[in-house]
Ligand binder design. Structure first.
Ligand SMILES: Cc1cc2nc3c(=O)[nH]c(=O)nc-3n(C[C@H](O)[C@H](O)[C@H](O)COP(=O)(O)OP(=O)(O)OC[C@H]3O[C@@H](n4cnc5c(N)ncnc54)[C@H](O)[C@@H]3O)c2cc1C
Length: 438
């Protein structure tokens, strides 16, 4: 086939779905343009470890160009897509460049959902990007520094409180890791307070944490979190958030360290497509992941709503995005299957899910086989190391984890944004002021 007739495949997003699609098209007779607003592919499942000073950003993020340096049919483009123009078959970037496509794969992921309370975001940041993780890490470390300098116990206490909102896997992992910092890892380095003065709260609006798991595993997770010193508050929706304060139905928690992990909504790019969406804005796709009214446009991963063979919504997990990417690449590579009036549908193979809780505990549900404690954690560790991209990252993360396992020490405790004299208060407005002045 001549160069002119090669299909132009544009992929929006260099996350799990986008990278998998492009990699699986390595030998295909297509020209791929992979667009991402960042220059790196991020392994989001380990972001909480960057936020809690266990790993560095470079351990879990790799340059997208590096992934495709040996794949000649991929052009990597750093840019933010703001619109898909379906009839013209182009995507528009925020600098108004137009990128034409024959086939479009939208794999732009999701973002945090504040359920109509967008103003909460600046007080309770979510954990989605490297900068989110560094921002949260900095708040935690600054808060401990501040607590070390305040003599009044009442005034000091709020800097020793940490609140994670949302009891899904991210919230559980984050709360467990913060408890390790606040109760164990770093405590001997501070003189002005003791571990029992620190409080880590995990707030869940629903009746139980990890509600996608079996009830038994949710209960075990509560037990493991409590052993680590986390106070698990279930059945308590957050009613309001302002700088340093979280309001529940029956009380207020005071803390400058609030992390939001309570739900996601689809990326705004989806709104520019001619497609029905679910209640969190994900594109409701056909069984082949295409738009029902446009068979050359596909949406995969966290941006798509699709149902599995049992009619259950597919979860927003990395394996779902990767399996969909693999399926699409196979379809694109095979013109007969691609052009068929009825395409073979995508089938999701659920290999299980797991969430880790602190240094050596986890819960796992592997195709109905339930595990908890150290064995689940060992499995979680092996799987996460295997899925990291790059041998250097795998080796480095493995060494860091071993070091942490045996020494309890966290390696990456750097505060890089220097507060000015009167700006060490961590209330968000002031935190922003010192960032601007930094
Ligand atoms: C903190 C956290 C922990 C998680 N833990 C787990 C876990 O333990 N196990 C698990 O299976 N899943 C986990 N997930 C979910 C998993 O990361 C997602 O399901 C997966 O990343 C979805 O893949 P995706 O390709 O749809 O999107 P993503 O991987 O999010 O990739 C989207 C990409 O699109 C880019 N992008 C976004 N908008 C634009 C735009 N307008 N223009 C250009 N580029 C754009 C982004 O920069 C990003 O690179 C976690 C998620 C988070 C946030």
């Amino acid at each position: 086939m001549s160069t002119e007739t090669r299909r132009k495949v544009v992929i929006i997003g260099g996350g799990f779905g986008g990278v998998k699609t492009a990699k699986m098209l390595a030998k295909a007779n297509v020209d791929i343009t992979l667009i991402d607003k960042t220059n790196h592919h991020l392994f989001q499942p380990l972001l909480y470890q960057v936020a809690t000073a266990a790993l560095s950003p470079g351990d879990i993020a790799v340059p997208i160009r590096g992934i495709f340096s040996k794949q000649n049919n991929v052009k990597v483009l750093m840019g933010e897509v703001v619109e898909v123009q379906e009839s013209a078959k182009v995507v528009r970037l925020n600098d108004d460049r137009l990128i034409p496509f024959d086939t479009l794969v939208v794999a732009c992921g999701a973002r945090y959902n504040y359920f109509g309370n967008g103003a909460w975001e600046k007080h309770a940041p979510g954990l989605k990007t490297v900068s989110d993780a560094l921002n949260i890490r900095e708040r935690i470390l600054l808060s401990l520094e501040k607590a070390d300098q305040i003599d009044s116990p009442e005034e000091r206490q709020k800097y020793l409180n940490f609140v994670v909102i949302g009891g899904g896997p991210t919230g559980v992992e984050m709360a467990g890791a913060i408890a390790e910092i606040a109760k164990r890892n770093m405590m001997r380095d501070y003189n002005n307070f003791s571990p029992d003065q620190t409080h880590v709260y995990l707030v869940e609006a629903g009746p139980r944490i990890l509600n996608g798991y079996d009830e038994d595993l949710s209960d075990k997770a509560v037990g493991m979190l409590e052993e680590l010193g986390v106070e698990v508050i279930q059945n308590k929706p957050v009613t309001h958030i302002e700088a340093g304060k979280i309001f529940l139905e029956d009380g207020v928690l005071e803390s400058p360290n609030i992390v939001w992990a309570a739900g996601v909504e689809a990326n705004p790019v989806i709104r520019t497509l001619d497609v029905e969406t679910d209640r969190v804005g994900r594109a409701i796709v056909a069984p082949d992941m295409s738009l029902p009214r446009h068979r050359d446009i596909f949406v995969i991963g966290d941006a798509a709503y699709a149902e599995d063979d049992n009619g259950k919504p597919m979860p927003a997990l990395a394996p779902v995005a990767m399996q969909q990417g693999k399926y699409l690449a196979k379809l694109i590579k095979n013109p007969a299957a691609y052009d068929a009036a009825e395409r073979e549908p995508f089938h999701y193979l659920d290999k299980g899910s797991m969430a880790t809780i602190g240094r050596a505990r986890a819960v796992a549900d592997i195709r109905g086989f339930k595990l908890s404690g150290f064995i689940a954690w060992a499995m979680w560790s092996v799987i996460h190391i295997l899925f990291l991209i790059g041998f250097r990252n795998r080796l480095h993360v493995f060494v860091e984890w071993m070091w942490h396992y045996f020494t309890y020490k966290r390696g990456v405790r750097l505060i890089t944004q220097r507060p000015t004299k009167s700006e060490t208060e961590l209330d968000v407005d002031e935190g922003e002021a010192f960032r601007k002045g930094a």
